[in-house]
Design a protein around this ligand. Structure first.
Ligand code: CA
Length: 619
């Protein structure tokens, strides 16, 4: 009886599949939608999605391109096609025919573009750069006509701090001159890809299409043009990517290619957000699983990058964007959350294609060794080698946030900066660390220093002259404030003047208050000086234990020396310079970078209360 029932089921399935007509088979999309000739890796895996597409077989004919393998998976609506693109293949289009028997059911014109071989592209970022982090929804609304897109789930609502406010790529392109004038050299743009989610979609961290810019920001072409325009002004572009999770509105969410595409739990299980468990030699399996396989949020599906098809999909997606828009770098979100071996493979594949490229990983960990685990190095005891070129310096961010609010002491005030930097021996290349005082996830820096411009200037002078690659957050130059505990909207406010009808345009002198102009002028002077000063950028750092409330350090590059003094006390000080003889060397005079004050004798230096001095020394 049982056998009989099974037999009927098999026959029924067979009949259903035989009776599928052309109209029951559809092709929705192929990812990546196009590719290039001349890539170092000649292999490409296409993900083909469409109702019952696995009923068909693809064929095409194009010189130099070989169909290697067609792979069917458990969901009949998917097909993976592996192709090889020969070294000398000519760029062009070819038609992929999807056939059932001899009948062509559907077709797709696949384009192989000419790879852009401009040597100035994909050069990465380094110590010569200052990165400006910008949230596209909150910077400038250059095109109000795209604020609402018919059919998309969330409408613009500027009165809602957590809603979409309408900022876009046009607004960013329109203000490249402002950013260039400020003196930044690279822009890290918070995620630009489609987030068709019912709420909180403005921040971009719940991507619903990895191959499409959110239409409320503009088109893919607008993004490519923005990068081109930025490059013309000497500004690099760093793309924000998230490989730990995707929005639950992703097109495949309700129709996954394979069950193990996501890390699935019997019921919703949140990550414990304890990134340290990944490197912790004593971590329990329970904690590790929750960390890596738990979901970041209900609306953010946790990806299983151990699925090799998904892994390939993500890796190719990065290469697609690097090549398509001409990126200079990537900022990768939540770095310890995806499987670490996948992340190492991802980095390896990117560097194979673009050897000078840079990726900065967000390993949000409080202690230096925990962060260092993620930077490419040979010293991890468990043998893990990340291949990652850059990490953010979270420990130094915490120290900067406290140092200038505190009284100077054995372990307080600038001693905190000294202590964090003194641990740099755990990093393979400490210069590759990205330093910052705030970002889109925490209190704004001016709020952290209790809106005290002197503390602000001390911190900014420190960031621009110590080791590493500095990153500032949009609005820092005009003293924007915000507290994370009031909600993320408070730390991601609109840049004043970016919207029609705004009372003041803070991108202009007239639109800023006197205090804002003081901050802006300070930053502009500091950044533009740094932009042209190799010693500030690449110099070897020597620092001295903070003494009598003053932290003194030097940067040396070839025969040039910069001396920095940070007076973190409320008293004016006169510093006896004999302690610093080994770095002052035979330099006799000095000139202040910020005030243009000069010294024709370096035996003592006077420094005002709560202020920085950056002095270029000369013989
Ligand atoms: Ca807009």
């Amino acid at each position: 009886m049982k056998f009989f029932q099974k037999g009927i089921i098999v026959i029924t399935i067979l009949m259903v599949s035989l009776s599928l007509s052309a109209s029951d088979i559809k092709l929705n999309r192929i990812d990546p939608p196009f590719w290039w000739t001349g890539m170092k890796n000649s292999s490409l895996q296409m993900l083909v999605y469409g109702e019952n597409i696995s009923e068909t077989r693809p064929t095409f004919n194009y010189e130099g391109v070989k169909l290697q393998e067609v792979i069917l998976v458990e969901n009949p609506n998917y097909m993976f096609i592996n192709i090889e693109i020969g070294v000398n293949t000519t760029p062009g289009d070819f038609i992929i025919e999807f056939k059932k028997g001899k009948k062509t059911i559907t077709e797709y014109k696949y384009e192989l573009k000419q790879r852009n071989s401009d040597p100035k592209l994909h050069q990465g970022f380094d110590n010569s750069d200052v990165i400006y982090l910008l949230m596209p929804d909150r910077f400038s609304n250059g095109d109000p006509s795209n604020d609402n897109i018919p059919g998309m789930l969330e409408l613009a609502d500027r009165s809602n701090p957590n809603g979409r406010h309408g900022g876009d790529l046009k607004g960013m392109s329109d203000h490249l001159d402002y950013l260039n004038d400020l003196g930044i050299t690279a822009i890290w743009v918070n995620p630009l890809l489609e987030n068709d989610m019912p709420e909180y979609s403005y921040h971009g961290y719940a991507v619903t299409d990895l191959y499409k810019v959110d239409p409320r920001f503009g088109t893919n072409e607008d993004y490519a043009n923005f990068v081109k325009e930025a490059h013309k002004k000497g500004i690099k572009v760093i793309m924000d990517m998230i490989f730990n999770h995707l929005g639950t509105g992703y097109y495949w969410n309700d129709d996954l290619p394979m069950k193990d595409w996501y890390n699935q739990w019997p019921e919703f299980t949140r990550s414990n957000y304890r990134g340290g468990t990944v490197s912790d030699p004593y971590a329990s399996g329970y904690d590790y699983d929750k960390m890596v396989k738990g979901w970041f949020d209900k609306t953010m599906a946790d990806l299983n990058q151990n699925n090799k098809f998904l892994a390939n999909y993500l890796i190719q997606n990065s290469i697609w964007w690097i090549e398509y828009v001409g990126l200079d770098g990537i900022r990768q979100d939540t770095y310890p959350y995806p499987y670490k071996d996948f992340m190492a493979e991802w980095m390896k594949r990117i560097l194979e294609e673009y050897p000078d490229f840079n990726v900065v990983g967000e390993a949000w960990l409080s202690h230096t060794p925990a962060v260092a685990y993620w930077l490419d190095n040979e010293t991890n005891k468990d043998g893990y080698k990340s291949n990652l070129t850059n990490v953010f310096d979270f420990p130094l961010m915490y120290a900067i946030s406290k140092a200038f609010n505190e009284e100077e002491g054995w372990s307080t005030g600038t001693a905190q900066l000294y202590e964090v930097l003194s641990q740099d021996y755990v990093y393979s290349i400490p210069d590759n660390i990205v330093t910052f005082a705030d970002n889109h996830d925490g209190d704004r820096f001016f709020t952290k220093v209790k809106e005290d411009i002197n503390k602000y200037k001390l911190a900014m002078a420190f960031m621009m002259t110590t080791r590493g690659i500095p990153q500032i957050y949009y609005g820092t130059e005009i003293l924007m404030t915000g507290e994370e505990h009031k909600g993320h909207g408070d730390i991601r406010k609109d840049f004043p003047g970016g919207w029609e009808g705004d009372i003041a345009d803070a991108k202009t002198r007239e639109g800023r208050t006197e205090l804002q102009n003081e901050a802006f002028d300070f930053m502009k002077r500091l950044l533009n000086w740094r932009k042209n000063n190799k010693t500030a950028q690449y110099g070897r750092l020597t620092h001295y234990i903070p003494e009598d409330g003053v932290y003194v350090y030097f940067k040396e590059y070839r025969n040039n020396t910069i001396m920095v003094l940070l007076n973190n006390t409320n008293e004016d000080k006169t510093v006896d310079m004999s302690r610093y003889a080994e770095n002052i060397g035979d330099n006799k005079t000095g000139k202040s970078v910020l005030t243009r004050q000069g010294w024709d004798n370096l035996s003592t230096i006077s420094i005002s209360a709560k202020s920085p001095l950056i002095i270029e020394l000369s013989k």
